[in-house]
Design a protein around this ligand. Structure first.
Ligand code: ATP
Ligand code: MG
Length: 246
């Protein structure tokens, strides 16, 4: 059976996804039937009020959680059909993550943070060193390679986190409020970096309250009360030219 998720490399799709949390106080219908295909080469911003289901959706798309009904399909494979072990391997090699607070390992310098997931994926020391250096250069933070995270500015930290997210050359990059702790200009740098990551042909999914991030996105998906708000559904805003690195 084929749906909106016919095989396209790097395409991630939610198909009629629901997620109901059972709590002592009763059921919480966090997602009530969300269908959307997240496309390679695009930055998709997921917006919506607090409690509308954005993080729930991100967790399902990333395979951290399983839908109550419906499916999440990546490259034509339903994540629900994969055993936990395979899902973990997929997350390590094909997905990358950036969080609001960067989640870098505090005792490791930037370069080792970036190399860390490469070690898990079995790359040699030589490959890890070269690749980490190239990624830090790409995001303009190679001069900070030996600094531990708390010696970095917020914007530098997020660019290191993005370099780490690309460690294993993922098809999909997820970011949950990556500019939440940043001032405007650092936020803009991170947004430009995300656009470049999409220009590589990757699928970029960003949960954000930041209007500047949404403005820079190719597609904006608005979630309200666990459903896609059709009024604003996937408004394919002007498709921007890829951002040149500066
Ligand atoms: N583990 C859980 N158990 C029970 N209810 C939960 C759980 N996680 C989230 N919820 C509820 O599901 C709904 C959606 O939560 P979610 O975290 O997805 O919202 P959000 O859009 O990410 O909000 P925010 O913008 O504040 O981060 C909320 O009503 C929340 O209280
Ligand atoms: Mg959230």
């Amino acid at each position: 059976m084929s749906g909106i998720s016919d095989t396209m490399s790097g395409m991630l799709a939610a198909e009629a996804v629901t997620r109901t949390y059972t709590t002592p106080a009763g059921d919480v219908h966090a997602l009530r039937g969300v269908s959307h295909a997240f496309m390679p080469g695009r930055v998709t911003a997921v917006m919506g009020p607090s409690g509308s289901g954005k993080s729930t959706l991100l967790n399902l798309l990333a395979g951290f959680d399983r839908p109550s009904s419906g499916r999440v399909v990546f490259d034509g494979v339903s994540l629900g059909d994969l055993p936990e072990r395979e899902l973990a391997g997929l997350r390590l090699r094909r997905f990358g993550f950036v969080f609001q607070s960067s989640n870098l390992i505090s005792v490791l310098p930037a370069r080792k943070n970036v190399a860390f997931p490469m070690g898990l994926a079995g790359l040699s020391l030589r490959e890890r060193t070269d690749r980490a250096q190239a990624l830090l250069e790409r995001f303009g933070v190679d001069h900070r390679a030996d600094a531990v995270p708390n010696r970095l500015s917020g914007g530098e930290r997020q660019r290191v986190a993005l370099a780490r997210a690309l460690a294993n050359d993922p098809d999909v990059v997820f970011a949950d409020e990556p500019t939440g702790n940043l001032d405007r200009s650092s936020g803009r740098e991170v947004v430009n970096a995300l656009r470049e990551v999409a220009a590589d042909g990757r699928t970029v999914i960003v949960v954000t309250h930041d209007g500047a991030v949404a403005d820079a996105a190719d597609v904006t998906l608005r979630i309200v009360d666990g459903e896609i708000d059709d009024a604003a559904d996937a408004s394919e805003t002007a498709l921007h030219e890829p951002v040149a690195s500066t």
